[in-house]
Design a protein around this ligand. Structure first.
Ligand SMILES: CC(C)(COP(=O)(O)OP(=O)(O)OC[C@H]1O[C@@H](n2cnc3c(N)ncnc32)[C@H](O)[C@@H]1OP(=O)(O)O)[C@@H](O)C(=O)NCCC(=O)NCCS
Length: 300
């Protein structure tokens, strides 16, 4: 046995996706939730690798990939997008070693804040993150429902939606909203979403004021969604639900922070149900999200 830790390369990423899917489903099945993950092209991983290769690490033994860690940085926020170890090799210190390497990525990037989203029901990951100075901040629930049910009683959209384009003024507006909502700008990530023809992004307007943005994926999944003020989050989510319902996907879904009462109540009222309970963990002082719905635990 010769376990090595090395930077990831582009041609590792299909294998790391298979590892991540297997580790997620092992965990969710063990906890009675059934399988959660399916394989997908590692597009965002590849994007991150090209952007900043220091954030992606592999644990390998005789050519077999046993673990994968992936973090990205925007401004002074570092985010751990994935940390997964082969179920047959968990509990042997591999996750700890990979995490130490991505934490070094955070240190070298000069990030002031660190965050991640993990499974509420995984004691191992939470204990490991606490050991590295990341603490539980708030629950984040994946809510989902059949699109037809959500559509039935939806109110008229409270906000006006205008398609996001790549021009400088739009990018400036998105940066302003992100700074208010999550404390960092993410132009590169908005450009990544804009380049995905299946994803629709809109700026949200109350009258003539731009108050937020929202994206919807081809599968009816809402997020990221961000607003300038906490008070507008419910209206933004109601508008996003309407936009998601107008697509042809079978379901509508979103990750909703446990601190956003109005949004949680609206989701339940529209017939949405909690499918997976997740948890935001962060370095002290970060993660009071009252104006933000993440896209998923990797994109944030
Ligand atoms: C989470 C995961 C990446 C950790 O990797 P690993 O190689 O199994 O973990 P390690 O052996 O390096 O470290 C385990 C540490 O977790 C902590 N831990 C384990 N059980 C714990 C418990 N019940 N309470 C508190 N801490 C606990 C301990 O610090 C332990 O280290 P120690 O045994 O040296 O004290 C891996 O188990 C995994 O892939 N799990 C499934 C997917 C997942 O949840 N990934 C995280 C997504 S964000």
């Amino acid at each position: 046995m010769s376990l090595v830790y090395r930077p990831a390369q582009a041609d590792d990423l299909a294998a790391t996706d298979a590892l991540v899917v297997a580790a997620i489903n092992d965990l969710t099945v063990r906890h009675g939730f059934g399988p959660m993950a399916t394989a997908s092209p590692p597009s965002f991983q590849l994007f991150s690798l090209k952007d900043d290769p220091g954030g992606l690490w592999i644990a390998e033994d005789d050519g077999a990939i046993l673990g994968f860690a992936w973090s990205w940085v925007c401004g002074d926020v570092w985010f751990l997008a994935q940390l997964f170890v082969d179920p047959a090799r968990q509990g042997q210190g591999i996750g700890n070693e990979l995490l130490a390497r991505t934490m070094e990525h955070a240190r070298k990037s000069g990030a002031a804040h660190k965050a991640l989203i993990t499974f509420t029901f995984n004691r191992v990951s939470q204990g490991l993150y606490m050991r590295h100075g990341l603490f539980p901040k708030m629950p984040i629930y994946l809510f989902s429902a059949a699109r037809k049910m959500v559509m039935q009683t939806l109110p008229e959209p409270p906000l006006r939606a205008i398609a996001i384009d790549g021009n400088a003024a739009t990018m400036g507006k998105l940066a302003e909203i992100d700074l208010c909502a999550i404390g960092a700008t993410r132009e590169k990530h908005h450009r990544y979403l804009l380049d995905d023809p299946a994803t629709t992004g809109v700026l949200l307007y109350a009258g003539s004021d731009c108050v937020g943005y929202s994206y919807v994926g081809p599968n009816g999944h809402i997020g990221p969604l961000a607003v300038m003020e906490p008070d507008i989050l419910k209206d933004a989510f109601a508008t996003a639900l309407r936009l998601a319902s107008e697509r042809s996907a079978e379901n509508v879904s979103a990750f909703l922070p446990g601190t956003c009462d109005g949004v949680l109540s609206l989701a339940l009222k529209q017939g949405m149900r909690i499918t997976f309970p997740m948890l935001l963990m962060a370095s002290p002082g970060y993660g009071d999200w009252m104006q933000y719905l993440p896209r998923n635990p990797g994109f944030m």
